[in-house]
Design a protein around this ligand. Structure first.
Ligand code: NAD
Ligand code: DAU
Length: 363
């Protein structure tokens, strides 16, 4: 590795999870500078996501917690990154309903401790390095609450109205990030993104859960009436947006990121079934739609999310490039072609989660 690759090092947190791993893989391929990847390896963190980087000196993996100030300070001191990109979080709404403790621990307290470690490091940097330093916090559209059917999409000015323990904990972290900028001038950037899908997503989330369950002939558990709406974005488009904000975003500002792609859940599940019917002509489970099962709703289930991403388009020139139809097909093919990855994540721990979340939801 040459010295310029080292001097443009970034520190990524949560880079063994779904979006973080996609971001790290793309960063090394497209930008090529060193990535220090700090991840606690919770149930959602998976080193198999980063297999292709084995032996690559540009990727330094460190198992650890964003809430461990000594470890974070040491990494900042040793590697002197010019940017920190914070993906680390507990990210699944249903888990936050069954137990919110870890969400407060990592998303609120962990972010606080990370911010403090980064602030101390940043304040001690020479003037020449301080100006170019960035702390990018990856957040969610769920902090804005739920929309009615004809309300306009969330802009950056929308009030915060989080409804689940998950979104409340992410809202808390966003407020801390904002305060560290206003109080100390830490050069932060916050992104609030809509629902992602794509390769390496842990199959507790709607799209991979439905793909794998349908392939395996299991029921497809649609919550409530299936008419809740999400705004879907292919994960590589999200990663490109984050690189754009890091590169050209204005410190202290917030950028909404979305796919301009609202779909009702039932529509998404049906699209998955149709694609699998086509890709698996010999499957005994065709037509896969037969497997759809309506189950008890998620408590406090937000009805609709939609992101207005006109700011990032207008000011920074980013917009999504992958259509939902292309992205979904690519995702389904990826799961079909990665049997080993699938069997690795559908282990004992995963089966316990499926039992805990779905056993009580009578069809
Ligand atoms: P994920 O659950 O797949 O991955 C989270 C990663 O963080 C895992 O690798 C986990 O081991 C790690 N982690 C958890 N606690 C940690 C801690 N205390 N210290 C260090 N590492 C820790 O999540 P994801 O879907 O990739 O989401 C990444 C980020 O993007 C999250 O902050 C999430 O809120 C946000 N986000 C996700 C989506 C989405 O649709 N998935 C959309 C918008 C925003
Ligand atoms: O909007 C961004 C958010 O999107 C991220 O911040 C979260 O980290 C991410 O998990 C996601 O949250 P959702 O709750 O929208 O995603 P999930 O995949 O859990 O559910 C999507 C929709 O599908 C939601 O309306 C609930 C429904 N659903 C989900 C599951 C797991 C079902 O109908 N059945 C299911 O089994």
């Amino acid at each position: 590795m040459n010295t310029s690759a080292e001097s443009r090092t970034i520190l990524v947190t949560g880079g063994a999870g779904f979006i973080g791993a996609n971001f790290v893989l793309e960063w090394i391929e497209q930008v090529g500078t060193r990535v220090v990847n700090l991840d606690k390896l919770t149930y959602a963190g998976n080193l198999a996501n980063l297999d292709s980087l084995r032996g690559d000196a540009r990727h330094v993996f460190v198992q650890g917690d964003i809430g461990d100030p000594v470890r974070v300070a040491q990494l900042l001191g040793d590697y002197r990154p010019w940017a920190v990109v914070n993906f680390a979080a507990e990210s699944h709404v249903d888990r936050s309903i069954l137990g919110a403790g870890e969400f407060i621990e990592t998303n609120v307290l962990g972010t606080f401790r990370l911010l403090e470690a980064v602030r101390h490091h940043w304040q001690a940097l020479p003037e020449t390095e301080r100006g170019g330093f960035r702390f990018l916090h990856v957040s969610t559209d769920e902090v804005y609450g739920s929309l009615g059917p004809s309300e306009p999409a969330f802009t950056e000015q929308h009030n915060y109205r989080p409804n689940s323990p998950y979104s409340a904990s992410k809202a808390g972290s966003d407020h801390l990030v904002r305060a560290w900028h206003h109080t100390w001038g830490l050069p932060v950037l916050t992104t609030n993104c809509s629902n992602n899908y794509g390769p390496y997503q842990f199959p507790e989330k709607l799209i991979p859960l439905m793909i794998l369950s349908a392939m395996q002939g299991k029921p497809l558990p649609v919550y409530g009436d299936g008419q809740n709406v999400r705004d879907w974005l292919f994960v590589t488009d999200h990663c490109a947006a984050i690189r754009t904000v890091l590169d050209r975003g204005v410190p202290g500002e917030v950028y909404n990121i979305g796919g301009n792609c609202e779909r009702a859940n039932l529509e998404v599940v049906r699209a998955i079934c149709r694609t699998l019917d086509e890709l698996l002509p010999d499957s005994p489970y065709r037509p896969h739609e037969r497997l759809i099962t309506f189950v008890q709703d998620r408590p406090g289930h937000d009805r609709r999310y939609a992101i207005d991403s006109s700011r990032i388009k207008r000011e920074l020139g980013w917009e999504p490039t992958v259509t939902f139809e292309e992205g979904l097909r690519q995702t389904i093919r990826w799961y079909l072609e990665h049997e080993q990855w699938v069997s690795g994540v559908q282990s004992g721990e995963y089966r316990k989660w499926i039992a805990a979340n779905y056993a009580q939801r009578a069809a």
